[in-house]
Design a protein around this ligand. Structure first.
Ligand SMILES: CCc1ccc([C@H](C)CC(=O)N[C@@H]2O[C@H](CO)[C@@H](O)[C@H](O)[C@H]2O)cc1
Length: 819
């Protein structure tokens, strides 16, 4: 029976309606008349899958056929966002589906709104992974994204009396139509136990791991559709289940709980995402999660993706495992274990292969965010891997000695094993020793990695350190999030810019065109009205017409300095309530915040409480005449970002110089026509260089100045003493103005600012306020503002994740687009 290649359903309204109703009736098991919105959404999702299936299967077939070199992206997080809109865009089915559904009396907008986004990430790192796999599919580069299918993603944030309260994110509850489980391709993953040496058949001394317990890793495949290029790559996320799901013998003995203990124990591994995004808690379950998905991924690639007889010494020509930060770096000793213990390769051969197969991206500058695992825990959970890490370290330090002689200080500094405070493995060092390349995510970041974070390694490995500045996918964050702007762009410069974003440069001349500026402003105004509708429906808050939207959306962290933003709002408030400035003379502004705090990060939660407290005071103070508003919608996520960012006028990127590795929100705002007020930190530097100083509100100390001030000894209270507006702002908080007279409600925040202020918010306050006054003045000239906004869009094409992928391919992966 010659099987015809899988073909997609007919690309017509009728064809779609037939497919949809068949899916609703036979797949969902309901009649249209009795179907719920969720039934309709699930049926639609599955119908759209059908249109992508032929492409997916064809991509897999050609991958298997060509065995072209590809990327295996190892990431503990993927912040994917909703899938339906992107799938419709990739297949160019949006209009057909909207018409077809309308014929069935269904508004596509209701089904889009029904989708719960998979929140399988915390913030920047997770979203970057999602943008990267989108770009690789659109650029026809072979790639498998590997990760964890958390049953519960990033918590849902609610506010109770202005305080963050976390709710579990049961994103799977209403069905998960975009995933394809493959229990038959499960991989066994082992833990614990001990190692033993033995002599093998040809008399060689060998080591084997005798684990104490195992779990099953079940793969769930997700489509990663390329943009209208007939290509669909795969994202493979692992779920943990018990090897022995149910022990009937114990059950029959009446100990029901014990009978299912191993099941619950195993399931815990992929149960929930760790909500920290900068301070590792060093929890054993976190290490179990990291090893679980890494071991399953390596076994999957070596056993199921590679052909039977693949010559493993050629592995570096076939795959590059990209380590998305240190979280998957246990993959290095895991590949060594498989190659030496299971495949019988010699250590040196295995090490050559391993060094050729890995590369490491670092996403942080905070010393506390660099993961270290205690030798005690590693030895208990992964005894064989600890042995392998010890040997890698010995041989590495031997090389260091050869190069630098017995420089014990250097040896101790560079050792993968840290002796203090407890013997532990420095995962960033292991990644650097094993990786063929190490990159930062923005020019400044990569320079600080070379000079400050890993200088010894930069000296020891000339040419290993490189940079690839982050990027974002314009398909989701321009075309899908901002259809109005996309239409205006296409009308002006034609199609093609979505996959060649540098072509936005052709918009430059339009900045001088008054009519175009008016259209550009109308698009922004329409996005503000849309945001108003969304927030009114979602949270019962309204966005005032004619207000400048000043937006700060990112995780809550002291180095990102949301406190500085709060001090600006209070300063404006004080200027009016003190009578210095008439409310009528204020530039009407609405300050929009979006930020989740790691549940264990008390200071971050107190800052959220302060923002909400200041917000309700400002919003209800008649004296402001509604000219200043503060909005803090709870549960900031990808879906809300897609509504807020296109409506923004001002993008707040105010981290202390030298602390934000890159930032990616900053890029999304610039590409959606917002102007940036920011420090020279992370990718802000490159944004300012490309859009032009005159189209960017720069303020604050540069990184070397920060170093100098910290070295000289920083006394935050001296800034409080010497700057009356700053003093008045802090005194307002301390005197209970925003806490119903309770003078101690925000002692933690005020105390920290005056005594420690680790991220120098008070030192940058004056420059920030000055820059904000410039923003007010600039906003008064709407023509000039619009011209600058258009130039921000025109000159930000560089920040496409497609360009980032081209840089990774040229500098690190050497995986050209294939077939
Ligand atoms: C708890 C352990 C931990 C530590 C660090 C992290 C991430 C690396 C934090 C993160 O998301 N970093 C952000 O990565 C973005 C993508 O490169 C950058 O744009 C941001 O500047 C950086 O903060 C997650 C979890």
């Amino acid at each position: 029976l010659a099987l015809a290649p899988v073909s997609s359903p007919p690309v017509s309204v009728d064809g779609f309606v037939r497919e949809f109703l068949r899916e609703l009736n036979f797949g969902q098991g309901v009649a249209l008349s009795a179907s719920t919105v969720n039934d309709q959404y699930l049926a639609l999702a599955r119908t759209v899958r059908h249109y992508l299936m032929a492409r997916w299967l064809e991509t897999m077939r050609r991958q298997k056929e060509t065995q072209a070199k590809g990327v295996a992206y190892l990431s503990a997080e993927y912040l994917l966002g909703r899938q339906l809109g992107n799938a419709l865009l990739a297949t160019d089915l949006t209009d057909i589906v909207a018409d077809g559904l309308a014929q069935c009396g269904i508004d596509i907008a209701d089904l889009r709104a029904q989708e719960v986004e998979p929140g399988l990430g915390n913030g920047g790192l997770g979203r970057l992974a999602a943008c990267f796999v989108d770009s690789l599919a659109t650029m026809s580069v072979p790639c498998i994204g590997y990760g964890i299918r958390y049953e519960f993603g990033i918590f849902r944030q609610t506010f109770v009396d202005g305080r963050q309260v976390e709710q579990p994110d049961s994103w799977l509850a209403l069905g998960a139509p975009w995933e394809f489980p493959h229990p038959d391709s499960a991989q066994e993953v082992s833990f614990g136990g001990h190692t033993e040496t033995y002599t093998d058949s040809d008399g060689a001394e060998r080591t084997r791991w005798v684990p104490a317990w195992t779990v099953q890793a079940v793969p769930y495949n997700y489509m990663v559709p390329g943009y209208q290029n007939g290509r669909v790559n795969t994202l493979r996320l692992w779920r943990s289940v018990a090897t022995e799901r149910f022990d009937l013998r114990i059950f029959n003995s009446g100990d029901y709980e014990e009978a299912v203990r191993s099941q619950t124990f195993a399931e815990n591994i992929s149960k929930v995402l760790y909500p920290e995004d900068s301070t590792p808690q060093g929890k054993e379950l976190r290490l179990q999660q990291q090893y679980f998905f890494v071991a399953a991924s390596i076994a999957d690639f070596l056993e199921d993706v590679l052909p039977e007889d693949f010559d493993l010494t050629k592995l570096p020509e076939r795959i590059i495992f990209q380590l998305n930060d240190t979280h998957p770096v246990i993959a290095v000793p895991e590949l060594m274990r498989v190659l030496v213990d299971e495949k019988g390769l010699a250590w040196d051969t295995a090490w050559e292969i391993t060094k050729g197969c890995f590369a490491y991206t670092c996403h942080t500058l905070l010393p506390e965010a660099l993961e270290v695992w205690s030798v005690e825990l590693l030895g208990r959970l992964l005894p064989r891997h600890l042995e392998i890490i010890y040997r890698i370290n010995e041989e590495f330090l031997e090389e260091v000695r050869e190069r630098f002689g017995d420089d014990e200080l250097r040896i101790r500094r560079m050792s993968i094993i840290a002796e203090h405070p407890e013997r532990s493995v420095r995962m960033a060092y292991l990644a650097t020793v094993a990786g063929s390349k190490v990159n930062g995510v923005a020019e400044l970041h990569s320079q600080l990695l070379r000079d400050k974070v890993l200088p010894d390694f930069n000296e020891f490995y000339p040419g290993k350190f490189t940079n690839v500045t982050n990027g974002i996918t314009p398909r989701r964050f321009v075309r899908l999030a901002n259809p109005g702007l996309s239409e205006l762009i296409t009308e002006s410069i034609g199609v093609g810019w979505l996959t060649d974003l540098e072509r936005l440069r052709e918009l430059e001349p339009f900045a001088a065109d008054e009519e175009f500026r008016a259209r550009f402003r109308e698009v922004k105004a329409a996005n503000k009205r849309r945001l108003h509708a969304v927030l009114t429906e979602r949270d019962g808050v309204s966005v005032s017409d004619g207000h400048m939207l000043d937006v700060m959306v990112k995780r809550l962290h002291e180095y990102k300095r949301q406190t500085l933003k709060v001090l600006h709002i209070i300063t404006q408030y004080n200027r009016v309530v003190s009578g210095e400035v008439a409310a009528a003379d204020l530039t009407p502004r609405t300050f929009i915040f979006g930020a989740k705090a790691a549940p264990g990060y008390k200071m971050a939660k107190d800052i959220i409480h302060l923002i909400n407290a200041v917000g309700s005071t400002v919003n209800n103070d008649e004296r402001l005449e509604g000219r200043l508003k503060v909005i803090f919608p709870p549960n900031y996520n990808v879906t809300l970002a897609e509504k807020v960012i296109p409506a923004a006028d001002l993008s707040e990127q105010i981290s202390l110089a030298g602390k934000e590795a890159s930032g990616t929100g900053n890029m999304k705002f610039a590409l959606n026509g917002a102007l940036t007020i920011g420090t020279d930190d992370g990718a802000n530097v490159e944004i300012r260089q490309l859009v032009g100083d005159e189209n960017f509100f720069l303020f604050g100390m540069l990184e070397p100045e920060v170093e100098a001030l910290q070295a000289a000894g920083y006394v935050p209270s001296s800034y409080y003493e010497s700057n009356p507006e700053l003093r008045r702002a802090i005194d307002a908080i301390a005197s209970g103005v925003f806490s119903g007279g309770d003078r101690h409600m925000f002692d933690s925040v005020v105390g920290n600012l005056l005594q420690e202020d680790r991220f120098l918010a008070l030192a940058d306050y004056a420059a920030y306020i000055e820059a904000q006054d410039k923003v007010d003045a600039a906003y008064a000239d709407q023509e000039e503002w619009t011209r600058a906004a258009i130039l921000n869009v025109a000159r930000s094409g560089f920040f496409s994740s497609d360009r980032s992928m081209r840089d990774y391919i040229d500098r690190i992966w050497h995986t050209p687009p294939a077939f």
